[in-house]
Design a protein around this ligand. Sequence first.
Ligand SMILES: Cc1cc2nc3c(=O)[nH]c(=O)nc-3n(C[C@H](O)[C@H](O)[C@H](O)COP(=O)(O)O)c2cc1C
Length: 273
Amino acid sequence: MFCLVASTRPSFGLFTNRKIATVVSPKLSVIHLSVLKRSIEINSSNNINHQRRMSSEVMANESFEETEKSWRLLLETSMNKSRKIRGSNYVQIATANKDGEPRCRTVVFRGFLNNLPKNHTMASNGGYCDDKPCVMKMCTDLRSKKVEEVAKGGEMVWWFPETSEQYRIRGSLLLVGGRNDDISLQIARKELWGNLNDPARESFLGGPIMNGGRDDEGKVVPPPENFLLMLLDPMYVDYLCLKGAQYRQIDQRHHGDDDNKSQSYWSFREVDP
Ligand SMILES: Cc1cc2nc3c(=O)[nH]c(=O)nc-3n(C[C@H](O)[C@H](O)[C@H](O)COP(=O)(O)O)c2cc1C
């Protein structure tokens, strides 16, 4: 017979009332339910190599709480809860300049890259997490400073005031201009250009009459050379929840094992401050 007990543990130097469910067997061996849950490998239904697995680091440490949701699922919920709030898709992206000095600026998050074919390297190499696309789309101008700074990657910070959650999403940054020969990325770039509102399109165009980036018939003109799709391909996500029981979770993308070097997967663990 099994019985359930609950315990508390400190978080951010405070004891929280967040409960950890544990299972006590008749032989008094204590197994965290969360360990049981997380040790079940999640196989994706469409087999895009994005199953989350337990990292050995997590397996070795039983003193963590239940975090059965990946950052990607958590983010989906945060976005849905904040959808109606103006500016809820404004994020900050930090980079380092050539001298290693930090630079940070606000940009608009414009959704996830969801048109990748399954055999695209970005898809097989971590572009999905829990069956959801996780490469993040933004746009920028070739003439801006950040263009020189993306080579070393960057970190996005996204704060959700409604739900008191912070995501710090780190990864490589990729700029896609008109000369990029990746067809999927070109489609995504054109789509994003078409989805911008007229004033946003105008900000990329010069000349006296910009007409919202539309021709005489009202059709959207092709994107100019300086319009760049900016992609953040996440590798590491630090999630912090300050509402109620505070907790922090680290999700990390790992490269595939020897048999499957091209396949990557996400692990996740809860950490103390
Ligand atoms: C609310 C808001 C949204 C912005 N959105 C974008 C954006 O989507 N893309 C962008 O390149 N810059 C955007 N900017 C401007 C940037 O913050 C920044 O000033 C500009 O990109 C130049 O940055 P850089 O010199 O670091 O390249 C936005 C600024 C604000 C305040």
